[in-house]
Design a protein around this ligand. Structure first.
Ligand code: MLT
Length: 324
């Protein structure tokens, strides 16, 4: 076979004759495993916009929601490892292995780690018609209405689900949980008064708290938000739930066996995107922090997620939650 024929055969079989030097040659897709309009979606869209320049290609966001983020994650695990389909996911990456008996992917083995994106504090919020105006009043209301209280979340293993588990354990009550495909649709029902409570990341919660469309009962992370509008909102630890800490992080992943040259380009593009001043400004305005430490290295990111898996596995075990 002459060289021209070999190149054509390889190209038809999907192999690039130029190696990966020209990557990316077409649009890159970021899969978000939750509904559009929620915190993961917002972060992915901001990152997609900031990645366009360093990658020199369009970056598209695709929402593949359901089952607490495991459906979209499984989709990326089994997609072609060519760098054109990536995953933006949060702590669900570290919690799902403790919560699902039969996942079609393994963490960390089914993925390449491209870097952690951000850390997002979370809040406990309630429907606007709740009479309680502070965490103490909420606690009393919960105790008086024990069996009737319901709590929205984004499915088993989502950040809102884990925060809800910890809250029920801390308050020694069982609430009825209602699972949505993301906290965006849950927020609509919370604002409309169809559900009572939800833990939600600052990304989505701050605007609704400021607009008084939901009530805010506390910050679930270890520190108050640095935003002037949220400065008076205490942490749940300050309100008596010692050690309560749900801080959400998001990272970028590729399927296992993505070529190293492609991974290096994607990591460099992510580093550049996270320095984008508009991105930083948008995230900081919502109380989020952009990662600027060794967790932006693939190895640091992987180590962090592995540690988080161990931490959450203990929290889940202590909560008595059985795997699905
Ligand atoms: C969650 O609770 O895990 C998130 O808010 C999911 C989402 O982005 O909708």
């Amino acid at each position: 076979m002459n060289l021209k024929k070999l190149a054509l055969t390889l190209a038809l079989a999907g192999f690039s004759v130029t190696g990966h030097a020209a990557f990316p040659e077409k649009a890159v897709t970021l899969v978000v495993p939750f509904a559009a309009g929620g915190p993961s979606d917002k972060i992915a869209r901001d990152v997609a916009e900031a990645l366009r320049e360093p990658l020199g290609q369009a970056v598209i966001v695709e929402n593949v929601s359901g089952a607490g983020g495991t459906i979209g994650t499984a989709k990326v695990a089994r997609t072609a490892a060519d760098g054109y389909t990536l995953l933006v996911h949060h702590i669900g990456m570290a919690t799902a292995p403790s919560l699902y008996k039969q996942l079609s992917y393994q963490v960390p083995d089914s993925f390449e780690f491209l870097g952690l994106i951000n850390e997002a504090p979370s809040t406990l919020i309630g429907r606007p018609s709740l009479a309680a105006n502070s965490f103490d009043e909420l606690r009393q209301w919960i105790n008086e209405n024990k069996d009737k209280v319901n709590l929205a979340n984004a499915g088993v293993g989502s950040a809102s689900h884990l925060c809800g588990l910890m809250l029920q354990e801390a308050l020694k009550v069982n609430m009825t949980t209602i699972a949505y495909k993301g906290t965006a649709p849950a927020m609509i029902d919370l604002m409309g008064g169809q559900v009572d409570l939800m833990c939600e990341q600052a990304t989505n919660a701050v605007t609704q708290i400021e607009a008084k469309k939901v009530k805010s009962y506390g910050v679930t992370s270890t520190q108050r938000l640095k935003l002037p509008s949220m400065a008076a909102v205490p942490t749940l630890t300050e309100s008596g739930l010692t050690g309560f800490n749900v801080t959400v992080w998001h990272g970028l992943y590729a399927p296992r066996n993505t070529p190293p040259e492609v991974l290096a380009k994607l990591n460099a593009a992510l580093r550049s995107a996270l320095k984008n001043p508009q991105l930083i400004q948008r995230e900081e305005a919502l109380g989020l922090s952009i990662i600027n430490d060794d967790r932006l290295d693939p190895a640091g990111h992987k180590k962090y997620v592995t540690n988080e898996m161990a931490r959450w596995s203990k929290v889940i075990q202590d909560s008595g939650q059985q795997p699905n």
